[in-house]
Design a protein around this ligand. Structure first.
Ligand SMILES: C[S@@+](CC[C@H](N)C(=O)[O-])C[C@H]1O[C@@H](n2cnc3c(N)ncnc32)[C@H](O)[C@@H]1O
Length: 352
């Protein structure tokens, strides 16, 4: 299917079907015991993470607020503490399960040489990628120095603000960014910087959730879950980092000059309400991801921008957690993967 924006086109293909409601015949297949623990490698191989040590965060100033810690600049509204790190490692497994055991979807070939994982957080994607491609030099960048110390020799981490000028000394074959919809004031400019930082023929791939959540059938407008989504959209917009930007990714790719742009859709249901083992399995992970993440996702935004107290946030989230377990609420979040290629260098034409 072709879609268009500003006269340029991108292809929507390889997407999963929208979830449909389980009528009861398909109920048993989700098994919460089948969920891997966060110390397992999401790729099924041996993970280095269980034996790793965190960098000493005391060497860097954090901001403490309402019992959570944040990067000191305060522009990024999610915490950088252990609860959030554990959630993101679980979410890493969820992404890989969603992509049918793949770390990435762009056609980068078997031999990428220079790879950047933008805003890497715990570095788990960069580490898995480095293990999968020993010939590649992988750099993970982030605001917060919370990556492990012992990593594969072809994986390094750097502290870097992706919204500042990019000063890498070489160009990349592949740049990956995941779950960054909460991060940037101007995501289009980050996509443009990535374009400049790629070799001709290199790929950028962004994997992200589109907020707000959607529903099959009736929209439960009075539910806590629906209202939570509205509050997140409102407060992140007030914070000038709207969490709704992900749907514009294809436009940013087109504006930056990418070609062969592909957009794929996947779905994470709130619980086991949809038909099918694949979706039920994803829902078990996604529910845990949200249950563990709700406080970190909401606390800074709701207290700083909506004027709520810590206690008001916590009380409201009790209702959201209940709704997440309610199988009569058919909620899901759309996961978008967009990738595109920087055009190859034109062949030199000799006129003699
Ligand atoms: C939701 S986490 C996703 C982490 C990782 N990509 C993953 O999928 O596990 C977002 C990350 O973006 C980082 N971040 C936010 N703003 C940033 C910026 N301007 N430059 C670099 N990293 C940033 C945060 O520190 C955080 O680690």
């Amino acid at each position: 299917m072709e879609s268009s924006s500003d006269h340029a086109t991108y292809a929507i293909d390889g997407s999963e079907s929208l979830p449909s409601i389980d009528d009861g015949s398909d109920w048993t297949s989700a098994d919460s015991n089948s969920m891997r623990t966060d110390s397992d490698s999401a790729l099924g191989g041996s993970s280095l993470r269980s034996s790793t040590m965190s960098l000493q965060s005391s060497a860097y100033e954090n901001l403490e607020e309402n019992g959570r810690t944040y990067h000191r600049r305060g522009n990024y509204h999610l915490p950088n503490d252990d609860i959030e790190k554990d959630r993101l490692d679980l979410q890493h497994a969820l992404f890989i399960l969603t992509f049918h055991n793949n770390l990435y979807l762009a056609p980068i070939g078997d031999n990428p040489q220079r790879v950047l994982d933008l805003a890497t957080r715990t570095g788990i994607w960069a580490i898995d990628f480095a293990q999968l491609h020993p010939s590649a030099a992988v750099i993970g960048t982030d605001l917060s120095p919370i990556q492990p110390e012992f990593v594969p020799p072809n994986c390094t981490f750097e502290i870097d603000d992706a919204e500042d000028e990019w000063t890498f000394r070489y160009k990349f074959d592949y740049i990956h960014g995941r779950a960054l919809g909460t991060c940037f004031k101007d995501p289009g400019s980050v996509v443009a910087k990535a374009f400049d930082a790629l070799q001709p023929g290199g790929y950028l791939e962004l994997q992200d959730a589109i907020m707000p959540m959607q529903y099959v059938g009736e929209i439960p407008v009075s539910s806590f879950l629906y209202r939570w989504n509205c509050h997140v959209v409102e407060s992140s917009t007030m914070a000038q980092r709207p969490w709704t930007n992900v749907k514009h990714y294809p436009e940013y790719f087109i504006a930056a000059g990418f070609e062969e742009i592909r957009a794929k859709k996947f779905f994470w249901p709130s619980n086991t309400w949809p038909k099918g083992e694949y979706l039920k399995h994803l829902s078990v992970y996604f529910q845990k991801d949200l249950m563990d993440g709700l406080e970190g996702l909401s606390m800074k935004l709701f207290t700083n921008f909506l004027g709520w107290t810590k206690e008001q946030v916590q009380e409201f989230l009790v209702g959201v957690r209940k709704d997440l377990q309610d199988r009569s609420i058919h909620a899901y979040i759309e996961i978008s993967v967009v990738y595109g290629k920087k055009p190859d260098e034109p062949l030199e034409v000799h006129s003699d």
